[in-house]
Design a protein around this ligand. Structure first.
Ligand code: NI
Length: 169
């Protein structure tokens, strides 16, 4: 078990396309455990492997509220195989871009196909915050960040804020 540093905006790995996992072995299960630990430590609800510097198609999500038990979802090689025409808007942030938030419009519902960490295929539909978290994390596997999904104007404002924030640190 190990906590990992979270890679921040500016690191090229966040812009790379991650590679499919081929071996569902102990190393993968230990990676998944580390990712949950790192995500909980950072107080996040989702994390993708590139965010800890690994070009691997693995994501973890836990949307539980404080008073609830863990709802750990770990997906390997996840794919969005269908998305609704209906969209929804909600504010998003990202552990790799701390301090920045913006409203992002995305399909309201998606169907996802993936594998669990033991190599069993899983397929399900999601809506609401779960659909949003899935899309955000799967985007990370393709080098896409949430602010790529907002208008150019808003993106420029976010980048300005990020630059200013980074200079102050
Ligand atoms: Ni993110």
């Amino acid at each position: 078990m190990a906590l990992h540093d979270i890679v921040l905006l500016g690191d090229p790995i966040l812009r790379e396309v991650a590679e499919d996992i081929e071996d569902f072995d102990g190393e993968l299960r230990s990676l998944v455990r580390d990712m949950f630990e790192t995500m909980y430590h950072a107080d996040g609800i989702g994390l993708a492997a590139p965010q800890i510097g690994l070009r691997k198609r693995v994501i973890v999500i836990d949307l539980r509220r404080e008073d609830e038990d863990d709802q750990q979802i770990a997906l390997v090689n996840p794919k969005v195989t269908w998305q609704s025409k209906d969209t929804a808007k909600q504010t998003e942030g990202c552990l790799s871009i701390p301090g920045l938030e913006e409203v992002v419009q995305r399909p309201a519902e998606v169907r996802v196909e993936a594998f669990d960490p033991d190599g069993n295929p899983v397929s399900f539909e999601a809506d609401d915050l779960f659909a949003r978290a899935l899309q955000h994390e799967i985007d990370h596997l393709d080098g896409i960040l949430f602010f790529d999904r907002v208008s150019a104007l808003k993106r420029r404002m976010l980048m300005k804020k990020w630059k200013k924030q980074s200079e102050e640190d």
